[in-house]
Ligand binder design. Sequence first.
Ligand code: PHE
Length: 358
Amino acid sequence: MEQVETLKREVAAALAQAGDLAALDAVRVAALGKKGSLTGLMAGLRDLDPEARKAFGAALNVAKDEITALLDARKAELERAALDAKLARETVDVTLPPRPERTGRIHPISQTRDEMVAIFAEMGFTVAEGPDIEDDWHNFTALNIPPEHPARQMHDTFYLPDRPDGKAAVLRTHTSPVQIRTMLSQQPPIRIVAPGRTFRSDYDQTHTPMFHQIEGLVIDEAIHMGHLRGCLIEFCRAFFDLPDLPLRFRPSFFPFTEPSAEVDIGCSRKGGELKLGNYGDWLEILGCGMVHPKVLDACGIDSTRYQGFAFGMGIERPAMLKYGIPDLRTFFEADLRWLKHYGFVPLDVPSLATGLTR
Ligand code: PHE
Protein backbone atom coordinates (compact mmCIF):
# COMPACT_ATOMS: atom_id res chain seq x y z
CA MET A 1 0.00 0.00 0.00
CA GLU A 2 2.85 2.31 0.81
CA GLN A 3 4.33 1.61 -2.61
CA VAL A 4 1.04 2.80 -4.15
CA GLU A 5 1.10 6.03 -2.15
CA THR A 6 4.73 6.65 -3.10
CA LEU A 7 3.95 6.00 -6.73
CA LYS A 8 1.09 8.51 -6.68
CA ARG A 9 3.31 11.14 -5.11
CA GLU A 10 6.05 10.49 -7.65
CA VAL A 11 3.63 10.80 -10.54
CA ALA A 12 2.21 14.05 -9.14
CA ALA A 13 5.72 15.47 -8.73
CA ALA A 14 6.78 14.36 -12.24
CA LEU A 15 3.64 15.93 -13.70
CA ALA A 16 4.35 19.25 -12.01
CA GLN A 17 7.77 19.14 -13.69
CA ALA A 18 6.41 18.16 -17.12
CA GLY A 19 6.59 21.39 -19.15
CA ASP A 20 5.06 20.20 -22.38
CA LEU A 21 2.90 17.51 -23.88
CA ALA A 22 5.87 15.30 -24.77
CA ALA A 23 7.13 15.30 -21.16
CA LEU A 24 3.62 14.59 -19.97
CA ASP A 25 3.42 11.57 -22.23
CA ALA A 26 6.72 10.29 -20.87
CA VAL A 27 5.23 10.42 -17.34
CA ARG A 28 2.18 8.54 -18.54
CA VAL A 29 4.27 5.79 -20.14
CA ALA A 30 6.49 5.53 -17.05
CA ALA A 31 3.43 4.94 -14.83
CA LEU A 32 0.76 3.29 -16.96
CA GLY A 33 2.70 1.96 -19.96
CA LYS A 34 3.39 -1.74 -20.61
CA LYS A 35 6.54 -1.52 -18.51
CA GLY A 36 5.21 1.22 -16.24
CA SER A 37 5.50 1.15 -12.49
CA LEU A 38 1.77 0.78 -11.81
CA THR A 39 1.54 -1.92 -14.44
CA GLY A 40 4.42 -3.66 -12.62
CA LEU A 41 2.55 -3.56 -9.30
CA MET A 42 -0.55 -4.99 -11.01
CA ALA A 43 1.54 -7.84 -12.37
CA GLY A 44 2.71 -8.56 -8.82
CA LEU A 45 -0.93 -9.22 -7.76
CA ARG A 46 -0.76 -12.79 -8.97
CA ASP A 47 1.81 -13.66 -6.29
CA LEU A 48 -0.49 -12.57 -3.43
CA ASP A 49 -3.03 -14.67 -1.60
CA PRO A 50 -6.67 -14.09 -2.60
CA GLU A 51 -7.58 -11.82 0.37
CA ALA A 52 -4.59 -9.52 -0.04
CA ARG A 53 -4.96 -9.57 -3.81
CA LYS A 54 -8.53 -8.31 -3.52
CA ALA A 55 -7.66 -5.41 -1.25
CA PHE A 56 -4.44 -4.47 -3.04
CA GLY A 57 -6.07 -4.83 -6.47
CA ALA A 58 -8.88 -2.45 -5.46
CA ALA A 59 -6.33 0.06 -4.18
CA LEU A 60 -4.34 -0.19 -7.42
CA ASN A 61 -7.48 0.44 -9.49
CA VAL A 62 -8.28 3.52 -7.43
CA ALA A 63 -4.67 4.67 -7.85
CA LYS A 64 -4.87 4.11 -11.61
CA ASP A 65 -8.02 6.26 -11.84
CA GLU A 66 -6.41 8.96 -9.75
CA ILE A 67 -3.25 8.97 -11.84
CA THR A 68 -5.32 9.10 -15.06
CA ALA A 69 -7.26 12.07 -13.68
CA LEU A 70 -4.00 13.83 -12.77
CA LEU A 71 -2.67 13.22 -16.27
CA ASP A 72 -5.86 14.58 -17.87
CA ALA A 73 -5.86 17.67 -15.69
CA ARG A 74 -2.22 18.44 -16.40
CA LYS A 75 -2.79 17.84 -20.10
CA ALA A 76 -5.65 20.37 -20.18
CA GLU A 77 -3.46 22.84 -18.31
CA LEU A 78 -0.56 22.44 -20.74
CA GLU A 79 -2.85 22.74 -23.75
CA ARG A 80 -4.38 25.94 -22.42
CA ALA A 81 -0.91 27.37 -21.72
CA ALA A 82 0.20 26.44 -25.25
CA LEU A 83 -2.85 28.16 -26.74
CA ASP A 84 -2.34 31.27 -24.60
CA ALA A 85 1.30 31.46 -25.72
CA LYS A 86 0.28 31.10 -29.38
CA LEU A 87 -2.36 33.82 -29.03
CA ALA A 88 0.13 36.12 -27.33
CA ARG A 89 2.72 35.42 -30.02
CA GLU A 90 0.27 36.09 -32.84
CA THR A 91 -1.34 39.19 -31.43
CA VAL A 92 -2.39 41.66 -34.15
CA ASP A 93 -2.90 45.27 -33.19
CA VAL A 94 -5.37 46.30 -35.86
CA THR A 95 -5.00 49.94 -34.89
CA LEU A 96 -1.41 50.05 -36.17
CA PRO A 97 -0.66 51.26 -39.72
CA PRO A 98 0.04 48.44 -42.24
CA ARG A 99 3.43 46.79 -41.82
CA PRO A 100 5.79 46.59 -43.50
CA GLU A 101 5.29 50.13 -44.70
CA ARG A 102 3.87 50.15 -48.24
CA THR A 103 6.58 51.04 -50.70
CA GLY A 104 4.63 50.87 -53.96
CA ARG A 105 3.64 54.21 -55.46
CA ILE A 106 1.30 55.27 -58.22
CA HIS A 107 3.25 57.02 -60.99
CA PRO A 108 2.35 60.73 -61.34
CA ILE A 109 1.28 60.10 -64.94
CA SER A 110 -1.24 57.48 -63.84
CA GLN A 111 -2.46 59.69 -61.02
CA THR A 112 -2.82 62.72 -63.29
CA ARG A 113 -4.61 60.69 -65.95
CA ASP A 114 -7.04 59.38 -63.31
CA GLU A 115 -7.65 62.91 -62.02
CA MET A 116 -8.39 64.14 -65.55
CA VAL A 117 -10.71 61.20 -66.19
CA ALA A 118 -12.46 61.84 -62.85
CA ILE A 119 -13.22 65.44 -63.83
CA PHE A 120 -14.56 64.49 -67.26
CA ALA A 121 -16.48 61.55 -65.80
CA GLU A 122 -18.27 64.01 -63.54
CA MET A 123 -19.33 65.90 -66.69
CA GLY A 124 -20.75 62.70 -68.18
CA PHE A 125 -17.87 61.51 -70.34
CA THR A 126 -17.00 57.83 -70.60
CA VAL A 127 -13.54 56.44 -71.32
CA ALA A 128 -12.66 55.04 -74.76
CA GLU A 129 -9.41 53.42 -75.82
CA GLY A 130 -7.53 52.60 -78.99
CA PRO A 131 -4.34 50.71 -79.89
CA ASP A 132 -0.84 52.19 -79.60
CA ILE A 133 0.00 50.69 -82.98
CA GLU A 134 -2.31 52.34 -85.48
CA ASP A 135 -2.70 52.23 -89.20
CA ASP A 136 -2.06 55.20 -91.39
CA TRP A 137 -5.76 55.64 -92.15
CA HIS A 138 -6.93 56.03 -88.52
CA ASN A 139 -3.94 58.14 -87.47
CA PHE A 140 -3.96 60.46 -90.50
CA THR A 141 -6.24 59.96 -93.50
CA ALA A 142 -9.57 59.74 -91.67
CA LEU A 143 -8.54 62.81 -89.69
CA ASN A 144 -8.36 64.81 -92.93
CA ILE A 145 -4.59 64.49 -93.16
CA PRO A 146 -4.19 62.99 -96.65
CA PRO A 147 -0.94 61.35 -97.82
CA GLU A 148 1.71 63.97 -98.66
CA HIS A 149 0.07 66.44 -96.28
CA PRO A 150 2.80 68.45 -94.49
CA ALA A 151 1.18 67.63 -91.12
CA ARG A 152 2.51 64.12 -91.50
CA GLN A 153 6.06 65.42 -91.43
CA MET A 154 5.25 67.67 -88.49
CA HIS A 155 4.30 64.63 -86.45
CA ASP A 156 7.74 62.98 -86.64
CA THR A 157 6.02 59.66 -87.10
CA PHE A 158 7.55 56.32 -86.13
CA TYR A 159 6.77 54.02 -89.05
CA LEU A 160 6.56 50.26 -88.58
CA PRO A 161 6.83 47.57 -91.27
CA ASP A 162 3.61 47.35 -93.31
CA ARG A 163 1.12 44.91 -91.88
CA PRO A 164 0.15 41.64 -93.60
CA ASP A 165 -3.02 43.33 -94.94
CA GLY A 166 -0.77 45.87 -96.70
CA LYS A 167 -1.74 48.78 -94.45
CA ALA A 168 1.02 51.11 -93.29
CA ALA A 169 1.47 50.74 -89.53
CA VAL A 170 2.59 53.60 -87.29
CA LEU A 171 2.92 54.26 -83.59
CA ARG A 172 0.05 56.68 -83.08
CA THR A 173 1.31 60.25 -83.01
CA HIS A 174 -1.73 61.49 -81.06
CA THR A 175 -4.86 60.09 -79.41
CA SER A 176 -7.07 61.55 -82.17
CA PRO A 177 -7.41 58.18 -83.97
CA VAL A 178 -9.59 57.13 -81.02
CA GLN A 179 -12.08 59.78 -82.25
CA ILE A 180 -12.27 57.83 -85.50
CA ARG A 181 -12.61 54.43 -83.84
CA THR A 182 -15.33 55.74 -81.55
CA MET A 183 -17.37 57.35 -84.35
CA LEU A 184 -17.07 54.19 -86.45
CA SER A 185 -18.40 52.03 -83.65
CA GLN A 186 -21.11 54.19 -82.10
CA GLN A 187 -23.72 56.69 -83.21
CA PRO A 188 -24.22 60.13 -81.63
CA PRO A 189 -24.75 61.34 -79.02
CA ILE A 190 -21.07 60.70 -78.24
CA ARG A 191 -19.20 61.98 -75.22
CA ILE A 192 -15.84 60.25 -74.63
CA VAL A 193 -12.35 60.92 -73.36
CA ALA A 194 -9.47 58.74 -74.51
CA PRO A 195 -6.27 58.79 -72.46
CA GLY A 196 -3.23 56.90 -73.66
CA ARG A 197 0.33 56.68 -74.92
CA THR A 198 1.47 58.58 -77.98
CA PHE A 199 4.76 58.54 -79.89
CA ARG A 200 6.87 60.97 -81.87
CA SER A 201 10.48 60.74 -82.93
CA ASP A 202 11.70 63.60 -80.80
CA TYR A 203 14.03 63.76 -77.81
CA ASP A 204 15.27 66.82 -75.95
CA GLN A 205 14.67 68.80 -72.73
CA THR A 206 10.94 69.11 -73.39
CA HIS A 207 10.19 66.10 -75.62
CA THR A 208 10.32 62.36 -75.08
CA PRO A 209 9.64 59.84 -77.88
CA MET A 210 6.78 58.39 -75.82
CA PHE A 211 4.37 60.67 -74.00
CA HIS A 212 0.71 60.75 -73.03
CA GLN A 213 -2.36 62.56 -74.22
CA ILE A 214 -6.02 62.65 -73.35
CA GLU A 215 -8.45 63.17 -76.20
CA GLY A 216 -12.00 64.42 -75.87
CA LEU A 217 -14.88 64.07 -78.32
CA VAL A 218 -18.47 65.32 -78.05
CA ILE A 219 -20.90 64.83 -80.94
CA ASP A 220 -24.59 65.66 -80.95
CA GLU A 221 -27.10 67.71 -82.92
CA ALA A 222 -26.63 71.11 -81.29
CA ILE A 223 -23.09 71.16 -79.92
CA HIS A 224 -21.34 74.48 -80.49
CA MET A 225 -18.14 76.25 -79.54
CA GLY A 226 -19.68 77.62 -76.35
CA HIS A 227 -19.88 74.05 -75.06
CA LEU A 228 -16.23 73.52 -75.96
CA ARG A 229 -15.22 76.67 -74.10
CA GLY A 230 -17.33 75.91 -71.05
CA CYS A 231 -16.11 72.33 -70.86
CA LEU A 232 -12.41 73.21 -71.07
CA ILE A 233 -12.60 76.22 -68.74
CA GLU A 234 -14.39 74.07 -66.18
CA PHE A 235 -11.86 71.29 -66.65
CA CYS A 236 -8.73 73.44 -66.24
CA ARG A 237 -10.03 75.24 -63.17
CA ALA A 238 -11.01 71.94 -61.54
CA PHE A 239 -7.74 70.24 -62.47
CA PHE A 240 -5.48 73.01 -61.17
CA ASP A 241 -7.89 73.76 -58.33
CA LEU A 242 -7.82 77.48 -59.23
CA PRO A 243 -11.41 78.75 -59.58
CA ASP A 244 -10.35 81.94 -61.37
CA LEU A 245 -7.52 80.56 -63.54
CA PRO A 246 -7.59 82.67 -66.73
CA LEU A 247 -7.90 80.78 -70.03
CA ARG A 248 -7.29 82.12 -73.52
CA PHE A 249 -8.63 80.51 -76.68
CA ARG A 250 -6.17 81.43 -79.44
CA PRO A 251 -7.04 80.70 -83.11
CA SER A 252 -4.97 77.87 -84.51
CA PHE A 253 -5.06 75.16 -87.14
CA PHE A 254 -5.60 71.41 -87.11
CA PRO A 255 -6.68 69.53 -90.25
CA PHE A 256 -9.38 67.65 -88.31
CA THR A 257 -11.09 70.64 -86.65
CA GLU A 258 -12.59 73.83 -88.09
CA PRO A 259 -12.41 76.29 -86.51
CA SER A 260 -9.45 75.29 -84.37
CA ALA A 261 -7.96 76.84 -81.27
CA GLU A 262 -5.16 76.39 -78.82
CA VAL A 263 -5.83 77.00 -75.16
CA ASP A 264 -3.40 78.93 -72.99
CA ILE A 265 -3.60 79.27 -69.24
CA GLY A 266 -2.51 82.34 -67.31
CA CYS A 267 0.87 82.18 -65.66
CA SER A 268 3.95 84.08 -64.61
CA ARG A 269 7.53 83.05 -65.37
CA LYS A 270 9.43 85.64 -63.40
CA GLY A 271 12.79 84.53 -62.10
CA GLY A 272 12.60 81.18 -63.87
CA GLU A 273 9.78 80.12 -61.55
CA LEU A 274 6.45 79.21 -63.10
CA LYS A 275 3.26 80.21 -61.29
CA LEU A 276 -0.31 79.75 -62.51
CA GLY A 277 -2.80 82.59 -62.25
CA ASN A 278 -3.65 86.01 -63.63
CA TYR A 279 -0.14 87.39 -64.17
CA GLY A 280 -0.33 88.44 -67.83
CA ASP A 281 1.82 85.65 -69.27
CA TRP A 282 0.40 82.59 -71.08
CA LEU A 283 1.23 78.91 -71.33
CA GLU A 284 -0.18 76.66 -74.06
CA ILE A 285 -1.71 73.45 -72.78
CA LEU A 286 -4.04 71.97 -75.39
CA GLY A 287 -5.45 71.96 -78.91
CA CYS A 288 -9.12 71.84 -79.75
CA GLY A 289 -11.83 72.76 -82.24
CA MET A 290 -15.11 71.85 -83.89
CA VAL A 291 -14.85 68.44 -85.58
CA HIS A 292 -14.32 68.92 -89.32
CA PRO A 293 -17.28 67.72 -91.44
CA LYS A 294 -14.88 65.64 -93.52
CA VAL A 295 -13.94 63.68 -90.39
CA LEU A 296 -17.61 63.02 -89.60
CA ASP A 297 -18.14 61.94 -93.21
CA ALA A 298 -15.14 59.59 -93.11
CA CYS A 299 -16.80 57.87 -90.12
CA GLY A 300 -20.24 57.63 -91.71
CA ILE A 301 -21.80 60.23 -89.43
CA ASP A 302 -24.24 62.61 -91.11
CA SER A 303 -22.39 65.94 -90.99
CA THR A 304 -25.52 67.85 -91.99
CA ARG A 305 -27.24 66.65 -88.83
CA TYR A 306 -24.45 66.21 -86.30
CA GLN A 307 -21.57 68.32 -85.17
CA GLY A 308 -19.34 68.50 -82.16
CA PHE A 309 -16.04 69.40 -80.63
CA ALA A 310 -12.77 67.64 -79.93
CA PHE A 311 -9.70 68.42 -77.90
CA GLY A 312 -6.32 66.85 -77.28
CA MET A 313 -4.11 67.57 -74.31
CA GLY A 314 -0.76 66.31 -73.12
CA ILE A 315 -0.68 64.71 -69.66
CA GLU A 316 2.98 65.28 -68.71
CA ARG A 317 2.98 69.07 -68.85
CA PRO A 318 -0.10 69.60 -66.63
CA ALA A 319 1.32 66.97 -64.23
CA MET A 320 4.63 68.87 -64.04
CA LEU A 321 2.81 72.15 -63.44
CA LYS A 322 0.49 70.77 -60.80
CA TYR A 323 3.04 68.74 -58.87
CA GLY A 324 6.16 70.84 -59.36
CA ILE A 325 8.09 68.21 -61.31
CA PRO A 326 10.90 70.15 -63.03
CA ASP A 327 12.24 67.70 -65.63
CA LEU A 328 10.09 65.85 -68.18
CA ARG A 329 12.64 63.12 -68.82
CA THR A 330 12.61 61.93 -65.21
CA PHE A 331 9.06 60.61 -65.77
CA PHE A 332 10.48 57.71 -67.74
CA GLU A 333 13.75 56.95 -65.96
CA ALA A 334 12.13 54.42 -63.62
CA ASP A 335 14.12 55.78 -60.66
CA LEU A 336 12.54 54.41 -57.49
CA ARG A 337 13.78 57.32 -55.36
CA TRP A 338 12.05 59.70 -57.78
CA LEU A 339 8.88 57.59 -57.66
CA LYS A 340 8.92 57.50 -53.88
CA HIS A 341 9.19 61.29 -53.84
CA TYR A 342 6.69 62.21 -56.56
CA GLY A 343 4.47 59.11 -56.55
CA PHE A 344 1.10 58.70 -54.85
CA VAL A 345 -0.08 56.14 -52.32
CA PRO A 346 -2.39 53.62 -53.96
CA LEU A 347 -5.38 54.43 -51.75
CA ASP A 348 -5.36 58.08 -52.84
CA VAL A 349 -7.84 57.47 -55.66
CA PRO A 350 -8.74 60.73 -57.40
CA SER A 351 -12.38 61.71 -57.10
CA LEU A 352 -14.09 65.08 -57.14
CA ALA A 353 -16.15 64.05 -54.11
CA THR A 354 -13.04 63.66 -51.96
CA GLY A 355 -11.16 66.60 -53.52
CA LEU A 356 -8.94 65.01 -56.20
CA THR A 357 -5.37 64.72 -54.93
CA ARG A 358 -4.21 66.61 -51.89
N1 PHE B 1 -4.24 65.80 -81.95
C1 PHE B 1 -3.80 67.16 -81.71
C2 PHE B 1 -2.31 67.13 -81.31
O1 PHE B 1 -1.80 66.08 -81.00
C3 PHE B 1 -4.59 67.84 -80.64
C4 PHE B 1 -6.02 68.04 -81.00
C5 PHE B 1 -6.96 67.07 -80.72
C6 PHE B 1 -6.43 69.21 -81.62
C7 PHE B 1 -8.30 67.27 -81.02
C8 PHE B 1 -7.76 69.41 -81.95
C9 PHE B 1 -8.67 68.45 -81.64
O2 PHE B 1 -1.66 68.14 -81.29
